[in-house]
Structures are given as C-alpha cells and as structure tokens.
Design a protein around this ligand. Structure first.
Ligand code: C5P
Length: 243
C-alpha cells in the first residue's frame, strides 16, 4: 500500500531552474512517484527537465493546460507522448472536438507501442469565480460549470480531470470509477494552507475518491521535506486501505 501511495503522490516542481528541479527530484524520488512540471519550469528549461526527471527514475505530469484549435492540441499531445510523460492536460473549455482529437492522437500513438499517457482535462481554474465567468460571457456559476465540463471531458474520451478535492465526490458520481481524478489544494494537518482556500487533508482527498494528489509547499516549505513527503505517503496509504 505504501508503494501504491507513492505512485499517487505528485510533487509540484514550482522552481525555475534545472539544477533546483534536479535537487528536488533526487531528494524525493523514493517517496514521490510523479513530478509536476508547469509553465514556468517548462518555459525556462524545455524538454530537458522532463528527460532529467525520467533519467532519475521519476514520472512526469506535464501541466501545460493546452487550449487551441483541435489540430494544434492533437499535435502537441503527440509531442507530450514522445517525451514519455505519464500525464498531461488540456482545458475542457477548448470543447469536445479539441478533446476528442487529442484523445484520438494519444490512443493512436499508444497503439504504436509506446506507453499511453493519461490525458486530463482542466475544468474551471480554482482562481476563477462566478464573476470571472460572467466577465467572459458565461452566465452559469462555477458550481454548474465544473460538473458540466467534467462530463464533457469524460464523453470526449479524456482519461480524467484535475479538480479541487471538494469536487471529487460529484465528479466520481458523474464520470464513474475508472475516470482519473487528480487533486491539488491538498493540505496535511501539519502544514500551512498558504493561498489555498478550499483544501482537504491527504487522507480526506483519498477517502473522497481522488486518485492522485498534487502537493507543493507542504513538502517544499517543510523544515524536513523528505519527512513531510513520508508522512503524506503514510497518510495516503492508510486512507487507501480504508476505501
Ligand atoms: O504548493 P501547493 O501545494 O499549493 O501547490 C499546488 C500546485 O498545484 C501548484 O503547482 C498549483 O499551481 C497547482 N494547482 C492548484 N490549483 C489548481 C490547479 C493547479 O493549486 N486548481
């Protein structure tokens, strides 16, 4: 169960250099299965950072949130697959055709023998409010848009979504047991909440049905980051046993 928990823990590599990313990967790779590379680190270091993580034995969540015309997103999806990332994401607001083409491209690539990356959708960013949506002409509230977009992602062939821990239960109900749910906004009892408002503990998120947890500052800002990662893994393992 401990190994299963490690493979479900994603550390957010919110740093701006290959050296620093490398230090975190070497420190945490025995506790953390997957490392999240976002726009800052990828724009700075490019595919080298993905290769470095894989060479160190880690898996990669490429968090670039693609959103473009269907053909462009499908081509980008193929490149993510070529890099050997374990998972990457697109904005569900890009629509069904965009998600379907990306899903088809990933599937076709995997049919050629490479390991299939998990294709995830982002519903509504947690930084967006009902007002943010109204500003861009969307009258429905966030609470309706999140399940709407998660269902659309599921019907369009995506493998899962990134969602707040508080949305996990509803998404699981709508999209079924095989739909992967990745949740940031995780805060162990021993860590500060920082700027995250709608949080859950690792045990709470796993018990609610999350498959993977994204954790950044509760590990990176802990006095002993490796020990913090170990505590989170232990908490996740205990919750996995109980579900
Ligand atoms: O440090 P912390 O644990 O808050 O980091 C969470 C990570 O997950 C960050 O990389 C953040 O950008 C990302 N994220 C998030 N909320 C979302 C989507 C992504 O916190 N809704």
């Amino acid at each position: 169960m401990i190994q299963d928990a490690r493979e479900r823990l994603i550390f957010a590599l919110d740093v701006d250099s290959l050296d620093e990313a490398g230090r975190w990967v070497r420190l945490l790779r025995d506790q953390v299965g997957i490392f999240k590379v976002g726009k800052q680190l990828f724009t700075r270091c490019g595919p080298d950072v993905v290769r470095m993580i894989r060479e160190q034995g880690g898996e990669v969540f490429l968090d670039l949130k693609f959103h473009d015309i269907p053909n462009t997103v499908a081509c980008a999806a193929v490149e993510a697959g070529r890099l050997g990332v374990r998972m990457f994401n697109v904005h569900a607001l890009g629509g069904a055709a965009m998600m379907e083409q990306a899903a088809a491209a990933v599937k076709e690539q995997a049919a050629g023998g490479s390991a299939k990356a998990l294709l995830l959708g982002v519903t509504i960013l947690t930084s967006s409010s009902d007002m943010t949506l109204r500003e861009v002409g969307i009258e429905r509230p966030v609470s309706e848009m999140v399940p709407l977009l998660a269902s659309l992602a599921c019907r369009s062939g995506l493998d899962g979504v990134v969602a707040s821990p508080l949305e996990v239960g509803l998404i699981r109900q709508l999209c079924g047991p095989d739909f992967a749910i990745v949740t940031p906004g995780v805060r162990p009892d021993f860590a500060a909440r920082n700027d995250q408002c709608r949080t859950m503990t690792p045990a709470g998120a796993i018990a609610a049905g999350a498959d993977y947890l994204v954790v950044g500052r509760p590990i990176s800002q802990a006095p002993d980051p490796l020990e913090a990662a170990e505590r989170i893994v232990a908490e996740m393992a205990a919750a996995l046993e109980g579900r």
